[in-house]
Design a protein. Structure first.
Length: 150
């Protein structure tokens, strides 16, 4: 049984600055792209590996008219250092102070972020969610994405 927080609901909007300095708004993908939001806990030993896996998956998702967006649960400098460990990171990585994670139900009571992924359709509705490390693995995420874009 998967985590279904918000499936069918309007995705909470946000505007954040990516580690590369660009401004990312969830609404900028509406109409043209499905968006995959990946909440990545940075305080785990697997954070770099997770970014590497997602970076490899980003090309496949892009080919299916999707945009992967990573949300990092740390400040800009820490997220930038993490991104620097993955040369050619293929998606925007956004530092989040917890405000966006809270809106999506990814923020735990202790202030840490649970690993989660959300797929938002072209109309801005959440159409799929996944929770836990498995949700951030490329095969599961790509399979889920293919299922919802059919």
């Amino acid at each position: 049984m998967g985590y279904d927080f918000g499936v069918g609901r309007e995705a909470p909007t946000f505007t954040l600055s990516a580690v590369d300095g660009s401004e990312i708004r969830l609404n900028q993908y509406r109409g043209d792209w499905f968006t995959v939001l990946a909440f990545i806990p940075t305080q785990t030993p697997a954070a770099v590996e997770t970014l590497e896996r997602l970076s490899k998956a980003a090309g496949t998702i892009w080919g299916l008219r999707g945009q992967l967006v990573g949300l990092c649960d740390a400040g800009r400098d820490e997220c930038l250092a993490l991104a620097a460990q993955v040369p050619g990171l293929a998606f925007p990585l956004l530092p989040d102070d917890g405000a966006v994670a809270r809106q999506y139900g990814a923020l735990r009571k202790d202030g840490t972020v649970r690993p989660m992924a959300f797929i938002v359709d072209r109309a801005g509705k959440i159409v799929w969610t996944g929770e836990g490390e498995a949700a951030l693995k490329a095969p599961k995420l790509i399979a889920a994405f293919r299922d919802v874009v059919r």
